[in-house]
Design a protein around this ligand. Structure first.
Ligand SMILES: [Zn+2]
Length: 438
């Protein structure tokens, strides 16, 4: 590997709050960005450094998928347009009870291929058999914050809860100080985890200085169940149990009162907004403008591919923006800049990757490159608007994480896409046979 390189393109967008640079370049040493500026200037300053010219393209900070269940690609399209509980109890849970480690591994690899193609460089993943997701992540070379989903009931991944906590602890130890992988403690939700389980999870996270991730206030049903069972809404429930804090990252947060939004902001809790999953499952629309106004850190996630049905964070940005504008009959809410902030810097911070999400000196060289020779990405009046409102997954041509190219000229270098699709097709056949569908 070359220690130093200079990459240039017609456009460089250093960050959500910076002006795009025409004919820009980035000087990278090992995994870090040393300098960003006009290509001409950087070439003169570093004449001995090899230049990689990406041509008519836009270099932008790699996107952060702040909530997903990557391996659920194997369930994509399996059962559609059903009420959530029917979908879960008649399809997903029965198949998941037979889940095997190699299904998780190949499902995650397929997901990572897809995510690279939409410019995702970091991902937050919760699932079962998570060590096999970690294996896929290590092969792919992306950055990830992940953990084993913890439930009260026995899991096919680890058996009884105590084993799940032990597995999480083993992973926390094994990956302490890893440059790209962060292990998080991940109790699934307030309706699948008892107060005792949640407290155990919080204690474990505290002991290792780890982050916590949970689904929270996703549906009205979750809120009413929580009220019935514990006499308080999910946010208050977590507050009483001592989980609300800066190390807590929650997914969805659709059903929030004004007071709950204030509380999340005050406690420094971050939220992964997953608009397409919320729409598809008929859960509703999160109050993103109110959360931002109150100072909540809002990030963007795709959620699992079985409820989206893709892992395209570029289209998720567009949906997030359009949804609020339409709902409020106001085109000025959630401007493109704010959306990009959620999908880059805020996502990185929520996952604990402090030096990611911007292309600036001292930051990790995590970036993606948009092909500007496509008809759907011309002309270039405003590169940032093009990225948020016009770009789709297939338009990403290159991806770099920690100074290493993972995808170049549309070819994924670290994973074998064809082999992966082949394996997943075989798994899908097994799933259909089990469900008596073919
Ligand atoms: Zn989820």
């Amino acid at each position: 590997m070359r220690e130093e390189k200079l990459i240039k393109a017609t456009w460089v967008l250093p960050a959500w709050d910076r002006e795009p640079l025409y004919q820009g370049a980035i000087f990278i040493r090992k995994e870090r960005i040393i300098e960003v500026g006009p290509a001409q200037e950087l070439r003169e300053r570093y004449p001995a450094v090899p230049v990689e010219d990406l041509g008519e393209a836009l270099i932008f900070p790699g996107l952060v998928n702040a909530h997903t269940h990557a391996s659920m690609t194997i369930f994509r399209g399996l059962a559609e347009d059903l009420p959530l509980m029917t979908w879960l109890h008649e399809y997903i849970f029965p198949v998941e009870s037979r889940l095997r480690s190699e299904w998780v591994y190949w499902g995650a690899k397929l997901a990572l291929c897809e995510m690279l193609r939409s410019g995702i460089t970091a991902v937050c993943d919760m699932y079962l058999f998570e060590p096999y997701v970690i294996r896929a992540v290590e092969e792919a070379g992306v950055r990830a914050a992940l953990g084993e989903g913890l439930f009260d009931f026995p899991s096919p991944g680890y058996g009884p809860l105590e084993e799940g906590l032990r597995l999480t602890e083993d992973l926390l130890r094994a990956f302490a100080g890893h440059p790209r992988i962060r292990v998080m403690v991940m109790p699934h939700a307030v309706y699948t985890c008892s107060p005792e389980t949640l407290k155990k999870a919080a204690r474990l996270a505290e002991r290792y200085g780890a982050r916590l991730h949970i689904h929270l206030s996703e549906t009205a049903e979750e809120v009413s169940q929580c009220l019935e069972r514990y006499g308080r809404r999910p946010v208050a429930h977590l507050e009483v149990l001592g989980l609300l804090g800066e190390n807590l990252h929650v997914a969805h947060a659709v059903e929030l009162t004004d007071e709950e939004i204030e509380l999340l902001a005050r406690k420094g809790v971050s939220v992964a907004h997953c608009p397409e999953s919320n729409l598809k499952l008929g859960s509703g629309v999160a109050r993103v403008p109110e959360m931002l106004e109150a100072g909540v850190r809002v990030t963007l996630g795709t959620d699992g591919p079985a409820s989206n049905n893709d892992l395209d964070l570029l289209s998720e940005m567009r949906t997030a923006a359009l949804l609020q504008k339409g709902l409020r009959r106001d085109p000025t809410v959630l401007p493109a800049r704010e959306i990009l902030r959620m999908a880059t810097e805020e996502g990185a911070r929520a996952l604990g990757f402090e030096r990611c999400g911007r292309l600036e000196p001292g930051y990790e060289a995590d970036l993606a490159v948009l092909d500007l020779t496509r008809p759907d990405l011309a002309p270039v009046h405003d590169p940032l608007a093009l990225l948020v409102y016009s770009a789709r997954a297939g338009a990403v041509r290159e991806v770099m994480v920690a100074g290493q190219w993972l995808m170049r000229e549309g070819q994924i270098l670290t994973l074998d896409e064809e082999e992966t699709r082949h394996w997943v097709a075989g798994i899908a056949q097994e799933i259909r046979e089990f469900l008596g569908k073919s």
